[in-house]
Design a protein around this ligand. Sequence first.
Ligand SMILES: Cc1cc2nc3c(=O)[nH]c(=O)nc-3n(C[C@H](O)[C@H](O)[C@H](O)COP(=O)(O)OP(=O)(O)OC[C@H]3O[C@@H](n4cnc5c(N)ncnc54)[C@H](O)[C@@H]3O)c2cc1C
Length: 418
Amino acid sequence: MRGSVRPDDRLGSLTGCQISSRSVDLWDDEVDRGFREEVRAFLEGSLGGEFALVRGRGGPGDEHALFDERLDWERHLGRNGWTCVAWPKEHGGRGLSLRQQVIYHEEYARARGPGRLGHIGEGLVGPTLMAFGTDEQQRRFLPAIAAGEELWCQGYSEPDAGSDLANIQTRAVPVVDGDGDGGDGDGGAWAITGQKVWTSLAHWADWCFVLARTSPVDPGPGGRKHHGISYLLVPMRQVGVDIRPIVQVTGDSEFNEVFFDGARTSTANVVGEVGDGWRVAMGTLGFERGASTLGQQLNFRSELDAVVELARRNGRATDPVVRQRLARAHVELEVMRLNALRSTPGTDVVNKLHWASVHRSLGELAVDVLGPAGQLDPGDPLQRLFLFSRADTIYGGSNEIQRNIIGERALGLPKEPR
Ligand SMILES: Cc1cc2nc3c(=O)[nH]c(=O)nc-3n(C[C@H](O)[C@H](O)[C@H](O)COP(=O)(O)OP(=O)(O)OC[C@H]3O[C@@H](n4cnc5c(N)ncnc54)[C@H](O)[C@@H]3O)c2cc1C
């Protein structure tokens, strides 16, 4: 086993045994060490200088902070080839191995890189276009995502379609006047009408990938709700798109209601076949539950570090129950990280259930360590961690839904009664 234990041994001294609060870099061979140095040098150079203002900003519960500055950061990353590190090189990525992706995200978290604005494009729609899109769609959209030039949002959920996603009512109908503004001089368009809800970052997005019904559900016995749905790429900055922020418990409004009223998109902007969008939508969900959250997960380590630091400062570290919970959180994060390293298609549901639950427990531990003070300062990062982590077990499919999937697909249990 090669590797190094970092000198930073705060949890070790807290619990009285010689373990490190930092993960052991079990795999860092010479090439990886060189890579780690390269990432670290780039991030330190940028965040220590020109971009010092955005350092540590824009994370969960702080999403509204410094939008323009973070957009500049996104483009700075893009210019230097540090967005979309998991994408293949031919699509403008870096083609990193899973191991190097983990290193990249660890270093990003360690350097307190700001919350990324482009993660929905990079993690969700980009991989979807690589898997299901046409060459033309890939050429049109991928470079702008990698460069941080176009931001995306996800138009799935509706007031009556969350867990029961196939129940969407938003409609898209073909129009013949040819003014779909897909920007490609198209001769035909779709007009989209309906309401989406919980649409993260819609207020900043240039584009939305929208699930819409393009043919009604067949009322006959074989009629299935997920048939007749299409996956459309819709420009957000147009008449016919109304975005209304929803204020969240954190006080920010990271997500929105989005009303489409005859909004247009070109016929060239349907991903997959018309009416076969469910298959594409499930592909995107696989990405959402899978490696796209790697960066976010590796950031949890810095959050635990902050909780440990606070416990030492305010004396809570002498409470045996708190000490046990801190140690358990350390182990859970380590398991999560090792799971991420071996994640393959098919393990995404288990991983999502695990990391979401781990993060929610970490949020609960954070406010317990904060004590009564946790209720006083709404800007406290650990209070924000608690509030935002409540959402982790909901978005991307709630914990109950992940358990249903595991029950039905992995354990072969009978389908739940409907
Ligand atoms: C922070 C955040 C960001 C989000 N961002 C987006 C976004 O950008 N785009 C987007 O489209 N959506 C987004 N969502 C929406 C998210 O996908 C939905 O909230 C989620 O799918 C659950 O749907 P729902 O809210 O309608 O709850 P419901 O589906 O109404 O569920 C309510 C409760 O019932 C449980 N439940 C429902 N059905 C079952 C069942 N069959 N078996 C057992 N239990 C069940 C659920 O687990 C939940 O506890 C976001 C949500 C959050 C919290």
